[in-house]
Design a protein around this ligand. Structure first.
Ligand SMILES: [Zn+2]
Length: 308
């Protein structure tokens, strides 16, 4: 394997104004919430699908201004369905208020309550409060279920990896996919244990390769215009990183603390906790494949040994 890191064709541009609906595909309007940040980019994207009787994907963060913008965007129409890609609060926080103000029914994956959040060291700033553990859908959606209204139809695709309950929604009338935080055009997905699982994430990427999409509409950032190319690039990027981690373990770098500076030589101190968890996700995956062993259940303080 080459030493040069494969390039991911990121697409950072995005035309939008906070709170203003923009039709970005026939029958699809996007409203961006004003919660920008290192993990949310410009903010969370809420999508309105159909017309007259509409569905909405991801209400966004708890923010009355955003909810009012959504209600303004669908003025004169009826919101019948709220669909949720996953239970992270930047996607689900506005749900309660939106449901109260519209009476729409909520469709999402069944609650997953075990092994949520991020494993941390005492001194890391990562916060487990991002998981909405209190969330309960009105209707549980399973992989392959089609949810439809008069002017729209969406098929749920279970895509765990970033979150165990993550669903993408495939438009049944247009060649587009609402990809949530599974695939975004501006950055790689955060996959950190136990919330994230690398083997699930890779399988969920491959699951989308068999399809013929023209566009992905993600939970943050602009549209992915060459979806297949992007999915392949993410798979190559993870493969490259995992091979590098495997090689360093073979060289006797046995702990996450030893591995992180080798893999992220130029990282700012504030991203190191997330980097450590990302390396752990790969180390865990190497253990599952029988390539590496760990002296304990893989954790930030485990010692890893190459088997092969
Ligand atoms: Zn998320």
């Amino acid at each position: 394997m080459s030493n040069t890191q494969p390039k991911i064709p990121f697409h950072l541009e995005m035309e939008f104004t906070y709170g203003e609906p923009r039709e970005i595909w026939t029958g699809v309007r996007r409203v961006v919430a004003n919660n920008q940040g290192p993990l949310t980019h410009n903010g969370t994207n809420t999508y309105i699908v159909g017309k007259n009787e509409v569905a909405l994907i991801d209400p966004g963060p708890e923010d009355s201004t955003h909810v009012s913008a959504l209600l303004e965007a669908i003025k004169g129409e009826k919101l019948t369905h709220i669909l949720l890609t996953h239970t992270h609060k930047d996607h689900s926080g506005a749900l309660k208020e939106l449901k109260e103000r519209t009476g729409a029914a909520v469709f999402a994956h069944a609650p997953v309550l075990d092994n949520r959040g991020a494993r941390r060291k005492a001194d890391t700033p990562l916060d487990n409060g991002f998981v909405d553990l209190g969330f309960r859908p009105d209707t549980v959606v399973k992989d392959g279920d089609v949810i439809e209204g008069e002017s729209w139809a969406l098929k749920a695709i279970h895509t765990p990896g970033h979150a165990p309950d993550h669903l993408c929604f495939e438009d049944q009338r247009e060649p587009i996919l609402f990809s949530g935080d599974h695939i975004m055009a501006w950055n790689t997905s955060v996959v950190i244990p136990p919330e994230g699982k690398m083997s699930d994430y890779l399988a969920s990427l491959k699951k989308l390769l068999k399809k013929d999409y023209e566009r992905f509409l993600p939970g943050h950032g602009g549209q992915a215009r060459s979806p297949e190319r992007l999915v392949k690039a993410f798979l190559m990027h993870r493969k490259w990183r995992e091979t590098a981690i495997h090689d360093h373990i073979k060289d006797g770098k046995n702990t996450i603390d030893q591995l992180v500076p080798l893999l992220y030589p130029n990282a700012k101190p504030e991203v190191l906790p997330a980097a450590a968890l990302s390396v752990l996700a790969h180390a865990e995956h190497l253990c599952e494949q029988g390539l590496v062993s760990s002296n304990t259940t893989p954790a930030l303080n485990s010692s890893f040994e190459a088997i092969i």
